[in-house]
Design a protein around this ligand. Sequence first.
Ligand SMILES: C[S@@+](CC[C@H](N)C(=O)[O-])C[C@H]1O[C@@H](n2cnc3c(N)ncnc32)[C@H](O)[C@@H]1O
Length: 206
Amino acid sequence: MLSAAAADRNKEPLLAVIRDNVSGQRALQALEVSSGTGQHVLHFARSLRNITWQPSEFDRQSLSSIEAYRAHYKPDNVMPAIHLDASQPHQHWGGIQPDSLDLLLNINMIHISPLACTEGLFKGAGALLKPQGLLLTYGPYAVNGEITPQSNIDFDYSLRQRNPEWGLRDISLVSSLAQKNGLYLDKIVDMPANNKCLLFRKESLV
Ligand SMILES: C[S@@+](CC[C@H](N)C(=O)[O-])C[C@H]1O[C@@H](n2cnc3c(N)ncnc32)[C@H](O)[C@@H]1O
């Protein structure tokens, strides 16, 4: 089982945001895109038992880690992890049906992957969420072309050094991708360590 220190630090604040913004009563379906080690999905599933969680990953080693967590904790509301490349069309996302998801979660991927992954994420969300379904993204973002504080400027620089296709995205850019795909930015929640949760809702059918 892999373990990421950042995931341990942010799992509780993230759980609080999810809890505040989804029903705790109804049976819900959630997909996590880029689940990483699997720490998050196991943590969320333990507390939010009305949700059936579908973890996914692009990286094969991470997929094995998620499966190792599942084998260890045996949660009955976490499905086997699926291989999912966010840059690919949602028809290749493990057979998830259109308009079937209540929640789509994406933690710390948008700035550490090429823009095609973010574009694919929003296209997938537009197709797979139910009307009024929630896409929750988490990470550091630029706001109106400006990155703050200095630690995020340095982080953005280091990401771009590692891969010129990576880097902090502007909230206006992700909002425009949302709009193109039938979602709207409903809420921004400031999180510890200069991160934010962006909560996008899929428009209702008219
Ligand atoms: C910084 S890690 C975050 C992992 C986890 N969500 C967390 O917060 O601990 C970035 C993740 O993006 C994933 N990723 C990279 N390219 C991807 C792609 N094309 N489709 C889906 N996920 C991708 C990586 O495999 C990695 O798990």
